[in-house]
Design a protein around this ligand. Structure first.
Ligand code: PLP
Length: 445
């Protein structure tokens, strides 16, 4: 309608005049207006409907405007919008119980934060106080958040401009066979060599100086690299041998995204600390947290934990988490995500890779996939340089959006990360758009 368009135009103008955007050169962006969203779809300022293959920033795991989450937020708002963290609140207590009922091992206590970065900050603080050690080891090709320490342990190019005073952070290579740092040719070799490399890094850094190893159970933004069988167990063993706290960052991979409640279940190990955000409540209200095992918890039983947040366990956010987790349980969302991976994304993305020369590899599980695009299959030259973009990637993104698909693009990759509630038919609709867009740019090359 005419007034909706006017509203969209005004929102855009005010945005450009007054809103400062994340990770952007402010004068060089042309952000899309979103006026409406429902289920797996969003509508832009011109009224075009787009299938959301991004879950925004991989957080609307139950899709947009899920009625149960909306109702839970409304009910909580009508009852008690907010209360300070020191008080007991029913929504917070129930959210903590539900989260702890799904986390692996003895991760029985939940410290709530506002998002993923501060969850990682607090997990590292807990690990340092628990061990009395300072250093933190993390992988290249990772993302752990935008705050000072979280961006320092991050292993993607967003760290570079922020890497001033790294606070005892050390990076190592995780397994990634397609671009192996170890000249490996099989998953088995990659696993063994990546573990031998980590063992050496620990030895050379001094095991007695290392508080924590933090890793994404499946690195997400960096490219959805599924760890080879045995890798996570191997890291767990190294941590146990040296008294190092293992922190699993499940901010993106957790809450069903990888076809399990938590992606670390693929490796059949339990971390000492597990961080979460995003999918815990589909991102409807900001929420993150740290799940804490009994051993780390005991450190703070009679000793003050020196940390906290005004909004720790905010009732609106926790009510959204309760509704999200209950819906996931009632509707079999985790099983649906696993089946989407096995029956739709796995086979259909393999078929795309067989037909499009510019696809070097597809990999993933559940509703968590990456398409690695290359300009040359033999040399595996990426379609955009590390940390950058390219005209070919921009053309692909444009071709997708013109055809009604919102794609998640990162460097030389398209990630397929729709809501876990997407139907098989919608998933196929999105993959067909990708197919056509890939043909379009393939024809131009
Ligand atoms: N950790 C991982 C694995 C993430 O993917 C992200 C965000 O994308 C974060 C941490 C940071 O979360 P937030 O942006 O909520 O601080």
């Amino acid at each position: 309608t005419r007034s909706a368009l006017t509203d969209a135009d005004r929102a855009y103008e005010l945005d450009r005049a007054h809103v400062f955007h994340s990770w952007s050169a402010q004068g060089q962006i042309d952000p899309m207006v979103v006026t409406k969203a429902e289920g797996s779809y969003v509508w832009d300022g011109d009224g075009n409907r787009l299938l959301d293959f991004t879950s925004q920033l991989v957080f609307t795991n139950l899709g947009h405007q899920h009625p149960r989450i909306v109702a839970a937020i409304q009910e909580q708002a009508a009852t008690l919008c907010t209360v300070a963290p020191a008080y007991v609140n029913g929504a917070r207590s129930e959210a903590a119980r539900l989260i702890a009922s799904h986390t692996p091992g003895d991760l029985n206590r939940i410290f709530f934060t506002n998002g993923g970065a501060d969850a990682n900050e607090h997990a590292i603080r807990m690990a340092r106080l628990h061990t009395g050690r300072q250093k933190v080891l993390s992988t290249y090709r990772s993302y752990h958040g935008g705050t000072h320490l979280a961006v320092n342990v991050t292993g993607d190019p967003r760290r570079w401009p922020n890497d001033n005073g790294s606070s005892g952070t050390v990076h190592f290579f995780g397994p990634f066979l397609y671009r192996s740092a170890f000249a490996a040719t099989t998953e088995e070799e990659e696993c063994q060599r990546a573990l031998a490399h980590l063992e050496q890094v620990i030895a050379l850094e001094g095991p007695g100086t290392i508080a924590a190893v933090i890793l994404e159970s499946i690195p997400g933004t960096a490219g959805v690299m599924i760890p080879p069988p045995g890798y996570l167990q191997g890291v767990r063993e190294l941590c146990d041998r040296h008294g190092i706290v293992l922190i699993a960052d499940e901010v993106m991979a957790g809450f069903g995204r990888a076809g399990r409640w938590f992606a670390i279940e693929h490796g059949d190990v339990a971390p000492d600390l597990l961080t979460f955000a995003k999918g815990v409540n589909s991102g409807y209200v900001p929420l993150g947290g740290v799940a804490i095992n009994d051993a780390v918890y005991r450190t703070f039983e009679d000793r003050v934990y020196p940390g906290g947040l005004t909004y720790s366990g905010h009732p609106l956010a926790c009510a959204a988490a309760v509704a999200t987790i209950q819906t996931m349980e009632d509707d079999g969302i985790v099983q649906h995500a696993a089946a989407l991976g096995d029956d739709v994304f796995g086979p259909r993305l393999a078929d795309l890779a067989a037909r499009h020369e510019c696809i070097g590899e597809v990999r993933g599980t559940g509703a968590f996939w990456a398409i690695e695009l290359v300009s040359d299959r033999e040399t595996r030259e990426p379609l955009a340089p590390y940390g950058g973009s390219s005209p070919a990637m921009a053309a692909l993104i444009g071709a997708c959006t013109r055809r009604g698909l919102l794609p998640f693009a990162n460097v030389n990759r398209i990630h397929v990360v729709p809501p876990l509630t997407i139907s098989a038919a919608e998933a196929v609709e999105g993959l067909d758009v990708l197919d056509a867009a890939l043909s379009e740019i393939g024809a131009r090359q």
